[in-house]
Each structure stands twice: as C-alpha cells, then as structure tokens.
Design a protein around this ligand. Structure first.
Ligand code: TEU
Ligand code: CA
Length: 600
C-alpha cells in the first residue's frame, strides 16, 4: 500500500475558541487563551488543532456567520494574535486548521449587503427569488417554496430593499452563497489561498456538501412556480426539508475538484476535512479517493443522527448493533481507497460520555469515557478529540431554558412547543438536556476554581454560558498528573496511534456484530515480516458481558482458560489494568465498561 499521508497517522483536537480559555476577563475564550494552552495540547500529544471560526462575525451562530473572512473578530483578538498562535503552534510541531464556512456568509458581509441591489455586480452571489406567483411579497405563504431552515422557520427571508427573498438553510442571518456563480468560487479560492499563504495548514469545511443545489435547466429551484415541491411532504413543523435538493448536488465533485486545483495543488503538508451531512459511505470513498483530487477526509453523520425518534429532540437509548453496522459501513467503504474522519463529539453534538456512556457516578463516567475513547481511536481513520472529551467532561444538565444560548435550541423550543405544538415543554426540555449543542459548549474545565480556570475567579464578566458545577471533580489540573485519569488514557491512545502502524494503517474486520453489549473488531497489517494483528474488545454497557464466541475463536490456544491465560505482555492497552484484561480473556467475562487491545 502507498505510504500513508501524514494526516492518516495524526490525531486532531477541535477547539471551540469561545469556550476554551479567556485571557482578558470578558467571559469569552480568545486566541491568546489558545496560545497559552499549547503546552497542555502538546502534552496530550495531538498533531493538529482545528479552530471553530474566529473571523469577524455578528456571532448569530457563534461565528458560523462570517462578515469578513480576512479579519479576526475582536471577541477573539487580532490577526497578530492569530499569527502568533500559528507560529507558536508550529514551533511545537502542531498544525493549525481553520474552519471554512462558505456555504453561506453573514447577512452583514459586504458581499451580501451589495447583493441587495439587483444592479450590483454581487447581485447574483446569493439565492434571490421572487415571491410565489399571485402572492404579495413579504406576506405569509409568499415564500418561493416550502423549505424550512435547520434553525426554524422558513428557509426564505424577505428583503424589502431588493423586494425578493433570499435562501438561508441555516439562520436568517446566514444567506446561502450561490456557488453556480464563478465569481463566488473565485472569491472563496482567493481567500483560502490568503490564509494558506499566512501559514494555516488546511481547513475543516462547514457543510461543504450543501454548496451545489439541484436547480433545473432554467436555474429554478423546485417548487418556485408556486407548486408544492414534488414528493416532499411538509413536516410536522410546517416546512419541508431542503436536504434532497441541497445535499451532495450535481456539481459537488466539480466544485471540490476545482477548489483542489485552484487552492491546494502545488502545496504540501496541508489537510482538508469536509463536514458532509447527506453523504453516503460510498460517496465518501469517491470524494476522499486521492485519484479524484477532492478532499482528504469527511465527517459522516449517520452515527450521530440515528439514535433518535425522527428528530434529534426525541432521543433514543443507544442500539449498539445499529451503531456497529453504521461504523462498519464507514470502514468498509474506505478499505481500499479513501479515508474517514473518526469522531463521537464536536461543538454540535452532546458529550459522548453522557450520550452513550454513563455519567451518573464518577466511577462509571471515567470507565465509560475510556471505553468509548478506546473504541473510536482503535478504528481505521483519523480520530478527532473535541475539547474536554479528553477529560471526560459531561453534558451541561441544564434545567431551565434561560441557561441555553444556542439559537438552534432556542428556536426549536419556540417552534416545536409554542408554535407548531408538536412536543410538550417537558419533553422538549428533556430533549434539550440530552441533545442541545450547548451541552458541548460549556467552558473548558481547567481547574476546580469558580469558573473552572476558564476565566479568572474575579473576572469582571461572567462566562458567556454557565460553567458545569462538576468542574470541582472534572478538570485538567486533577487529571494531567493522574495515571488513571481519562486524560492519561487519551494520551496513551494518541501515543499508540503514533507508535503502532497497525492502528493507523491496519485493515479493519468487525467481530460479534450482533452482540448488544460488546464492540469488538480486529486490525491487521502485513508489513513484509508477517501479519501483525490487534484485537479490540470493549464492553460498552453498564452490565457484565460475556466474551463473544467469534472473539474467543481468535485467541491463541493459550489465552482463554484460567489454566492457560494469555501472556500479560500481549496486552497493548486496557481501560483497567493489564492483569484485569488477561483475567477477562481467561474467564470469558467482561466487567461493565471494560475494554482492551491485545496482540494476537
Ligand atoms: O453544522 C451543520 C450541521 O449539520 C449542524 O447544523 C447539525 O446538523 C445540527 O447542528 C445537528 O442538529 C455546521 C456547523 O458545525 C454548525 O455549528 C453550524 O451551526 C452550521 O453548520 C451552520 O454553519
Ligand atoms: Ca476573552
């Protein structure tokens, strides 16, 4: 096999700057804060930092609504602070990847303001459409079609100045850019080159699989002629879903290949990762196959969308065999070519230890956080660690609407409980507690002080969102020197990926796919002097579990009976002690949340 590119052996750490480290006491994290924590990140051993957006922004969607791509928002600091962070990170051999948000801009971007004048050269830089025929512009029901925004309400906003509607799949302050327009693409590529020339090492590309829309030969979007969009039902909240017309569209590959040529060809040492809602594993193989010159890897979403009852606000408990099937599809799709990003959490998802682990006691929280980390990091792909995940940070467990900040959550509450009346307040509050994006956005817990060291205890301003009270027991200061901490375990997992080629490059083979408690798989790599194989076994449940038969069958003859236990030096890593792993294999029984990797 061709030698892996550098990012195939790397671990990426996602920073949500707003909640990472505040250094000027305004209650918001900032760039100087990130720079001040590079030692911690170097100690953890991560190779790349992905920063959620820090560009100029009205902060309607916490920076995913950009008003100037070539400047830093004062909330986070200055371009000089960004240059310093890049330089200081590079000194430590850590790369910096920026968040590229180009499916849409802020409505306060100069491009959009110019576009409101139909005679301006920017007039066609966004998706402007007239009111539905026969309807008075600006009145309810006059929108060009029934599409709903992911953040509630219609996906069309009326602009009285232009007298037309503009498309926004996300908030009304996030108008979709018109990628059909070559001037838009040119402007995006020029900006990307400007950042790469400034020293950044690549991009995470926000909803990059939504940029190509399915327009007809006349450039019309479905339903614009006043008819209902064919075959797209209006949902319980009164809108239809634009996804079938805006995800993985007809020019997706063309645009990504053009971007690769215009921006990345000729450069090296960079990486690109696309946020890819609506992309199948098979399409992931095509887009990440280096022969197609598009993207290096993608975040796929089925594994973080399936555990609910049709809508994220009606969560369901984990169905482990279903998760294993989804992850197996991801892995099989890229076994011969292409690559995949591995993640269980980010700034849009609840904390994985609360979602699929058990944060009800300290013991189960630590054990399940390690078990989940072991499962993810032993897969083939590039693992992403979301800030605080390495500490076993939990969901916020908010109890009142006033504690929430995220517009997705607040708009969903209003629309589902108060307007469409499709969910009770009590059920919605439970849904928010389980799935609100704010669960992952509470301040990073550095120590047990009043604001967890995120900002000074005597800071003039409160943090922008409440610090989790469990900062008293869950914080970096308590973990970085504790060999049994979640942090120490992540550090070992990251080191293992750097040291053991089987982890980064080995093939992946599922085991016990139908077992409801145990997640098991094998990794193998033949590097010329025989195959090296690793067996991963994890009890992802709060109950004891039996070793699955097809796992036992893989063990060497000496290894699965009390009389002939596996030699302890075959244990590569274990959530408990190595001896406990040997005992589990010999006895055939796993204690709750017990996981380990052994050399076969
Ligand atoms: O997320 C897009 C996206 O898929 C999320 O909206 C996700 O589907 C949803 O939050 C889960 O319920 C990206 C960014 O990661 C997100 O923070 C932004 O709000 C969004 O795009 C718009 O830029
Ligand atoms: Ca600050």
């Amino acid at each position: 096999a061709t030698p892996n590119p550098w990012w195939a052996n790397a671990v990426v750490y996602q920073i949500y700057p707003r909640s990472f480290q505040d250094t000027n006491g305004d209650g918001f994290g900032d760039l100087k804060g990130i720079t001040s924590r590079l030692g911690y990140l170097a100690d953890l051993g991560v190779d790349v930092l992905w920063l959620s957006p820090v560009y100029k922004s009205p902060q309607d969607d916490n920076g995913y609504d950009i008003s100037d791509y070539r400047d830093i928002d004062p909330l986070f600091g200055t371009l000089a602070d960004m240059d310093e962070l890049i330089a200081k990170a590079h000194e430590r051999g850590i790369k910096i990847v920026m968040d590229l948000v180009v499916n849409h801009t802020s409505d306060e971007h100069a491009w959009f303001q110019a576009s409101r004048n139909p005679d301006d050269p920017h007039a066609d830089w966004y998706w402007w459409r007239p009111a539905r025929p026969g309807k008075t512009p600006g009145t309810p029901g006059a929108e060009p079609n029934e599409w709903g925004s992911y953040f509630g309400g219609s996906a069309w906003q009326y602009d009285p100045e232009r007298g037309e509607y503009y498309l926004h799949q996300f908030s009304k302050k996030q108008p979709d850019l018109n990628w059909e327009n070559p001037d838009v693409r040119r402007a995006v590529y020029d900006m990307m080159n400007w950042w790469l020339d400034r020293g950044v090492d690549g991009f995470r590309m926000d909803v990059i699989t939504l940029i190509s829309k399915r327009v007809d030969a006349n450039g019309k979007l479905p339903g614009e002629d006043g008819s209902l969009i064919p075959d797209l039902p209006v949902g319980e909240e009164g809108y239809s879903n634009p996804n079938p017309f805006c995800a993985d569209g007809p020019r997706q590959d063309e645009f990504l290949a053009e971007m690769r040529r215009e921006v990345f060809d000729g450069r090296d040492g960079f990486m690109t990762v696309g946020e890819a809602p609506g992309i199948s594993p098979a399409r992931n193989e095509h887009i990440t196959d280096p022969a197609n010159g598009e993207l290096d890897m993608l975040f796929l979403f089925e594994h973080v969308d399936f555990d609910c009852d049709g809508v994220k606000w009606k969560p369901r408990p984990l169905d482990l065999p279903a998760l294993k099937r989804i992850m197996a599809d991801y892995q099989h799709a890229v076994k011969d070519r292409g690559w995949t990003a591995l993640f269980d959490g980010n700034h849009d998802q609840p904390r994985v230890v609360s979602r699929w682990g058990d944060d009800s006691t300290e013991e189960s929280r630590v054990a399940s956080a390690k078990a989940l980390a072991l499962t993810l990091h032993m897969h083939r792909g590039t693992p992403y660690v979301y800030q605080g995940e390495e500490l076993g940070m939990t969901n916020a467990h908010f109890t009142s609407l006033a504690q929430y900040r995220d517009l997705e959550s607040l708009n969903a509450y209003r629309q589902r409980v108060e307007e469409a009346r499709v969910q009770s307040a009590e059920s919605m509050m439970a849904g928010l507690a389980a799935r609100s994006r704010d669960n992952a956005r509470t301040p990073m817990q550095w120590d047990d002080s009043r604001y967890a060291g995120f900002t000074a205890p005597d800071a003039p301003a409160e943090p922008w969102i409440a610090v989790n009270p469990n900062r008293t027991s869950i914080n970096a200061a308590a973990e970085v020197h504790d060999p049994d901490s979640v942090f120490a375990f992540y550090k070992r997992l990251i080191a293992l990926r750097h040291e053991n080629p089987v982890v980064a490059a080995g093939d992946w083979t599922p085991l016990a796919p139908d077992d409801p408690q145990v997640y098991a798989f094998a990794r193998s790599l033949d590097d010329g002097d025989g195959a090296h194989r690793l067996l991963t076994v994890v009890n992802l449940s709060k109950e004891p579990a039996d070793l699955p038969a097809d796992v036992v069958a893989l063990l060497p003859s000496k290894g699965h009976s009390p009389e002939s236990p596996l030699a302890v030096d075959r244990v590569v890593i274990a959530t408990g002690s190595d001896a406990e792993a040997v005992t589990a294999l010999a006895s055939g029984h796993l204690v709750p949340w017990q996981g380990f990797v052994v050399r076969l």
